[in-house]
Design a protein around this ligand. Sequence first.
Ligand code: SF4
Ligand code: SF4
Length: 683
Amino acid sequence: MTLSNLLFAVILAVALGFFARSARRLARWLKIGHAEVRTDHPDVRTRNFLLIGIGQSKILRDPIGGMMHALVFWGFCVLGLGTLEIMIQGLYTPFTWNVILPRFLYLPYVLSQELFAVFVLIPVAFLLYRRLVIKPKRFHVDPVHGGDAVFILSMIAALMVSLLILFAAELQAGTSSADWRVISPMIQSLMRGWSPETAHVVARSAWWFHAVLILYFLNHLPGSKHLHVLTSLINVWFSNTSGPGRVGAMRPMDLEAEDAEQFGASDVEHLSWKNLLDGYSCTECGRCTAVCPANITGKALSPRMIVVKTRARLTEKAMVLDAMGLGGTATDEQQTMLDRKLLDGFITEEELWACTSCRACVQECPVSIDQLDIINELRRDLVLMESRFPEELQPAMTSLERNGSPWAFSASDREQWAEGMDIPTMAEMAARGEKADIMFWVGCMGSFDDRAKKITVAFARILQAANVKFAILGQEETCHGDPARRMGNEYLYQMLAKGVIETLNGYEVKTIVTFCPHCFHQMGKEFPDLGGNYEVIHHTEYIERLLEAGRVPLETEHGQRLKVAYHDSCYLGRYNEIYDAPRNTLKKALPIIELVEPARTKSRGMCCGAGGGRMWMEENVGKRVNVERSEELLATGADQIAVACPFCMTMITDGVTGAGSDVPVLDIAEVVAGRLASATVSA
Ligand code: SF4
Ligand code: SF4
């Protein structure tokens, strides 16, 4: 071992020692959060890891910036092998992979190092240019750590440049072969005239610079916004936002746990370790905030800041606890910091109640962070622990408790829409000893709201025209509690949901069809946690199946050519990935339509503004979300706007009217029912 090897061994040991200490500290801080099992469905997790983590599928949704980031990531993966070679060389200078690898593997390795050094350098230059010159809006909506990003990018650039200089100088010094080298010979041409000794000194200097910078980089990461370089792949594997099987389902809550003194979260110790890992993994890219309907329309909410503030609070609290040590007493200043909470101290009520639960942030996050989970947990604390919520929510909650509906209607009004339609209830069918093929779940909007009742009637007509044997619950139907759950009132939700499950199980219901995406999601995805297991089908999919089977008699006359814009419901699209069925149904029902897409569509579709309990809240700050979305839909020049959700129906109709337009807004069931063969309609 030479003196140089010895010196490097000391530097390496110190650097790895510091890094291990930082890593242990970060892992210890995660334990401040509560336990949560995230090792189920290893197959789905591994697929997410490969697709989202290694394949960078989510970051590539942004074709230019995404490709640049992906190249840097892939470059780092490939260059990792070269870094290992450099570290071993530090301890034993003559080492190269050539010693271990056969030539047919070594030469591609040499090529990969040269090419990826350039592949990383180009996007880094682009990203620096974007940050310093273009400055996209999402970087300065709520600027955080902007300087650190520039510092890190500059460091990566320096690593790549030093690597290329090293390769070229080694060539000039004659200490490496030119086989399969494509970039370094070009750089070497700039070194013509250098003696082998000079080139050797330059190569060694570049080597030391590169090796020490890597070790510095490693130790800079744990305290910087680029901590995600170390944690994002782990985060993707542990994430539930892209599966497994519970996309969009709210975290179950055991209200009967004997030792439960806290419901929801007011501080970091009430969140799970995974929520805290989300904080470590945030790249602060702002993709979530750029698509947040609340933020876009001027509200205080920024999902990026929800995650960044969670990390900031964790760091603050953990550092105080570390400084105090076991059994230590807090100074006044430390006590003030300990008394502060994530809720109010960092994240305000105003931010939390602005959320429409649309999941656009979750969908867009390249490292599978669940911003909405943190929002939901904080809302639960506000409602269940502190009874703090917008006063407009009180009537809805009271009515849910008293009437089993967020609106103060009597249960006897539930089946008024069905008068004269000869639709049996489940009870009537059971009394006749018959079984329905499907149960039509009407929902509270479909039962009580005058506009939504037209959708109910339209869908029932389609079912009758297709000779489907169906029944409704009628007066036995009550709200399943989804609005209460989204508002943070888990008690009320579970009370209502359990009541509905009891009713459904009493009739041994197997298949439910509904036209409300909120009912569809709640009963299909969240009821299983409470023991309710049913096949739940959204009406757009059900109508599509009926049309495909040729069971719906439609007018053969095509009539006027129509340009139709379809608005994706968040709970149908992002929550349940149903994008094609509504469009296919429209095309089948109206063979001469031209389907036009708004600027934001499908998984990027913009919320109507009604979700997350916002339907019952005032919207006094900024532009109204439904107006923003309706203007976008109208900008398509459509003759008709189609929706597949009664909540979207209300919001978009209001938005269109507010924009002074008379473009009709129709549910897909109404579009199909409007084309039923006249004999069927009159029947
Ligand atoms: S769920 Fe929607 S409204 Fe809520 S923070 Fe995310 S993007 Fe914004
Ligand atoms: S939460 Fe995800 S999308 Fe939002 S800033 Fe962080 S990494 Fe980007």
